[in-house]
Design a protein around this ligand. Structure first.
Ligand SMILES: [Zn+2]
Length: 220
């Protein structure tokens, strides 16, 4: 979201986000607050999501004005706060929205969120029109253009971790090849298969007949 600057009063106004799933989410949140620990954890999650949203806004402003000290300061503080909260919630289980990186306490809350916020059920899924190989139908198409290798690996692990929840059959990784071979070489290698096995995932690689992408299917 783009923060609006009201120059006359010098106030920053962040527009409130309209969220279709809000009432549903609030209901389920209210039901689950049963004791103090829960309440504390709940507020940490809300804080985490709010800060992450702010960081997005700051980064957006900084793409236009990279040297703005005010927003650079805000970004620095927000990142520090975020990492503090991360250490506080790391012992709880939570679920990450793959689209916007918001976190949720339960699968149900995440499912509500993705359904209302992103309509993820029919988003970015491969079809027989795009890929001939039947094993590649119903896979989630993950675009890794512009990722550094380490970030791309994390992204793939994040998606594999959430497979049970999303119901995707697998991933089609768009790694490209025109702007460098690092991603292509890694995601088509035995090293990738081995590292995913070390991370707890048995995968098969499936040729997409396209030099810029590779299919990744979880073995049962
Ligand atoms: Zn989301």
């Amino acid at each position: 979201k783009v923060p609006k600057l009201d120059n006359k009063k010098g106030k920053k106004i962040f527009p409130k986000e309209k969220e279709k799933g809000a009432s549903l989410n609030n209901q389920s949140i209210n039901k689950k607050i049963t004791n103090k620990t829960d309440l504390n954890y709940e507020s940490l999650i809300l804080k985490f999501n709010r800060i992450q949203k702010n960081i997005k806004s700051y980064k957006y402003v900084l793409t236009k004005k990279p040297n703005n000290t005010h927003f650079n300061d805000l970004l620095k503080k927000a990142k520090k706060n975020l990492s503090e909260i991360k250490t506080q919630i790391k012992n709880h289980s939570f679920f990450i929205c793959l689209e916007c990186k918001r976190i949720f306490k339960s699968k149900e809350e995440l499912a509500n969120h993705t359904k209302f916020k992103h309509s993820i059920s029919d988003w970015n899924l491969s079809t027989k029109y795009k890929y001939q190989e039947p094993a590649l139908h119903g896979c989630y198409i993950l675009d890794l253009h512009g990722f550094y290798l380490e970030d791309a690996k994390l992204e793939v692990v994040l998606y594999l971790t959430n497979f049970e929840m999303t119901g995707f059959k697998g991933l089609i990784l768009i790694h490209g090849y025109k702007h460098g071979q690092t991603l292509k070489n890694y995601f088509r290698s035995e090293t990738f298969i081995r590292e995913m096995r070390d991370a707890g995932f048995e995968i098969d690689l499936i040729n997409t007949n396209n030099p810029g992408s590779i299919g990744v299917i979880l073995k049962n």
